[in-house]
Design a protein around this ligand. Structure first.
Ligand SMILES: [Zn+2]
Length: 78
């Protein structure tokens, strides 16, 4: 399996190919983001920086994405 399949963003969004770029579409609200899985996770977690937060994501999923981001952060430190 490729590394990208491990990212939690792929559970809650689908790749949309437009020309030669790949965008991600949110499974909850249908919003298409252009910043890759990182931007999609920001969208799922709620308004951070330039990403508009998802209005339809469940609190459960939001917490899962936040936990995923935290675990990534910890891996970087170690
Ligand atoms: Zn959304």
């Amino acid at each position: 399996m490729s590394d990208k399949s491990k990212d939690v963003a792929w559970k809650y969004s689908a790749a949309v190919v437009e020309g030669n770029s790949i965008r991600l579409r949110c499974n909850f609200c249908g919003k298409v983001t252009t910043g890759g899985v990182f931007r999609m996770k920001e969208h799922l977690m709620g308004g951070r920086r330039n990403a508009k937060g998802c209005t339809k994501v469940s609190e459960e999923v939001r917490q899962e994405v936040i936990a995923f981001m935290e675990s990534k952060k910890n891996q970087k430190i170690l």
